[in-house]
Write a protein that binds this ligand. Structure first.
Ligand code: ATP
Ligand code: MG
Length: 579
């Protein structure tokens, strides 16, 4: 992918060689290094990323992707993409396609190892038959309510199902007939025969198969019984030769079950490792709630730039590099916590600061006339594309008698620490001249409509022979050359750091930020921005980082999204002095 100035996007490729990772330790790296030392998996590292294709991926999934693919890359291993499509009702091809696009965009490659849990349905069935033959599984006729009742509680042991001691022959017959569709949904399940008194509720004879007379997006109507996640997941890992099965903390209590299935069947046994899921302030990371935002049209779609989905943050202008850096910085932990969204924004700014070309754009224009500049004359001034990277060179920006500056850069009656333009004050126009405000015009409402200034021709380029200093430097565009554009500014989608924490009777929707999107029309942009390609990332000097929208922007008629603001030092001062 190339941006407007022709710089290539940086992508990292795995070396493919058995790498000796020198990355700083975390508890997962420590486990892997130990396993490599003891030869537990013959020196292999093989992870998987196992999304359920029932929604778009979000930044939490990005953490999991970076972890699974990142560790494999680091240790010269492999990562499989595996769809956990055991729940036929909620799945959709649209989601499958978006997941692949997102993983690739993040810079990772499953190298053709794309699998589906449904690929293993026959094998999973065979293993269930084997468990029945071992006396380790039985068909249970209790209703869902009865099963719940029999399960007991955290403080009370459960009770054995009256069907628990069915003969192997009867179980085999019933299970086969379940598969053939002879029984109604909910009338029977196949359960593991473990221990109804186990202190771990997951071990109290959990269901392995349930009847669901629903078409599956890949297997059609071949099956009317579907395996439960816990059963399918460990066996899928085993079949694929996964070494380290990395998942989120809520599966910690399921690990004994993961181990139990594989031990009973006596098959290859990967190790499940749990880490704390990512939570981000001001952000919801639940597919169900994100789906609700989309279906109820609180946002424009899964790719709304305010959404924490990967497709949303991509459209917002985030770089994959910044997300990988973020994932590395937050690391992995065993305890749940909330990461400040500002850390994500920080990673993004650090990246864009290096690579985004700088441009001048006036979002809220105020007309300026330089009275001592000759009418009808123009000149071209050199502007630096990125002071962080001299290789990005310079460009010409046109200058003339009429300009636009930011309305906020002028105050008729400036507070003490305001160093920009005000009557009688001299400031530097970036890359151009020193100008002094000599007068102003107002409309009937008392609004300033035009500023009059004089310029010092000796200050061309932004300095003067007498070495005179000015306190402020502001950006501008030539009124005769600027073009009008639409610019969208975003704020967080929610007004609370924890939008989940709802008290009785409230919903996360009550915390939606009504000002999360502001659309500015009539912004005045420097001419070089007109041809911005959709997806091009730029810094508008002093206004933040922007991206030409990938959906609504066209070369010639660009629409820009603000990706993230620059740190606004004036806002801080204003807060301090209460201005
Ligand atoms: P959600 O809660 O948003 O519905 P999920 O866990 O049901 O997410 P899956 O598609 O099952 O979604 O997730 C795929 C992988 O991504 C799993 O390994 C899961 O543990 C991981 N994952 C999901 N959410 C997060 C998160 N917030 N932080 C880190 N990893 C996550
Ligand atoms: Mg899940």
């Amino acid at each position: 992918m190339e941006n407007v100035n022709g710089q290539a996007e940086r992508t990292e490729q795995g070396s493919g060689e058995a790498a000796v990772s020198t990355a700083p330790p975390n508890f997962i790296r420590t486990i892997i290094r130990e396993d490599l030392k003891t030869g537990k998996y013959q020196g292999r590292v093989h992870t998987r990323f196992p999304p359920e294709p029932n929604g778009y991926l979000h930044i939490g999934h990005a953490k999991s992707i970076c972890l699974n693919f990142g560790l494999a890359r680091e240790f010269g291993g492999k990562t499989n993409l595996r769809y956990d499509d055991t729940n036929p009702a909620k799945e959709d091809v649209e989601y499958v396609e978006s997941i692949e696009e997102d993983v690739r965009w993040l810079g990772f490659d499953w190298e053709g190892r794309k699998f589906y849990a449904s690929d293993y349905f026959e094998q999973l069935y065979e293993y269930a038959v084997q468990l029945i033959k071992l006396g380790m599984a039985y068909v249970c006729d209790l209703s869902p309510d009865e099963i719940r009742e029999y399960r007991g509680t955290l403080t009370e042991p459960g009770k054995n199902s009256p069907y628990r001691d069915r003969s192997v022959a009867e179980n085999l017959d019933l299970f086969e007939r379940m598969r053939k569709g002879e029984f109604a949904e909910g009338s029977r399940v196949l359960r593991a025969r473990i221990d109804m008194a186990s202190p771990n509720l997951n071990m109290r004879d959990p269901a392995i198969y349930r009847i669901k007379k629903v078409e599956h997006h890949r297997t059609g109507d071949t099956w009317c019984i579907y395996p439960m996640y816990d059963y399918a997941h460990c066996i899928s890992d085993s079949i694929e030769g996964i070494t380290h099965s990395i998942c989120t903390l809520e599966f910690e209590d399921h690990r004994p079950l993961y181990d139990w299935f594989l031990d009973q069947l006596g098959i290859y046994h990967p190790q499940q490792i749990e880490f704390a899921r990512l939570n981000l302030s001001y952000t919801l990371l639940s597919k169900r709630k994100l789906l609700q935002l989309v279906t109820e049209k609180h946002v424009s779609g899964w790719d709304d730039p305010r959404m924490p989905t990967i497709t949303g943050i991509r459209r917002r202008g985030y770089t994959p590099e910044s997300i990988r850096t973020f994932a590395e910085i937050i690391g992995v932990a065993k305890r749940d916590s909330v990461v400040d969204i500002q850390l994500l924004e920080h990673c993004l700014r650090e990246d864009l600061n290096q690579r985004a070309p700088r441009r001048m754009a006036v979002l809220n224009p105020l007309r300026v006339v330089i009275d001592n500049y000759p009418e009808g004359e123009f000149e071209e001034l050199d502007a630096v594309n990125n002071p962080e990277d001299p290789a990005m060179g310079t460009r010409k920006v046109p200058f003339g008698r009429e300009l636009y500056i930011e309305r906020d850069d002028f105050r008729e009656d400036p507070p003490k620490q305001f160093h920009r333009l005000s009557p009688g004050r001299e400031v530097r126009l970036r890359y151009a001249y020193f100008v002094t405000c000599t007068g102003l015009e107002k409309n009937d409402q008392g609004e300033v409509t035009t500023l009059h200034c004089s310029y010092d021709p000796a200050s061309r380029g932004g300095g003067t022979p007498d070495g005179r200093k000015v306190k402020g430097t502001i950006h501008w565009v030539s009124a005769a050359h600027a073009f009008n554009a639409t610019v969208r500014l975003y704020d967080s989608l929610f007004t609370r750091p924890d939008p989940q924490a709802t008290t009785e009777g409230e919903s996360f929707l009550d915390y939606l930020n009504p000002d999360s999107l502001r659309v500015l029309t009539g912004c005045k942009l420097e001419p070089s921005l007109a041809e911005a390609e959709p997806g091009a990332r730029l810094q508008f000097e002093r206004n933040g980082y922007f991206v030409a929208d990938s959906v609504d922007s066209k070369p010639g008629v660009p629409v820009f999204n603000r990706t993230v603001a620059l740190r606004d030092s004036w806002a801080k001062i204003e807060k301090k002095i209460g201005g």
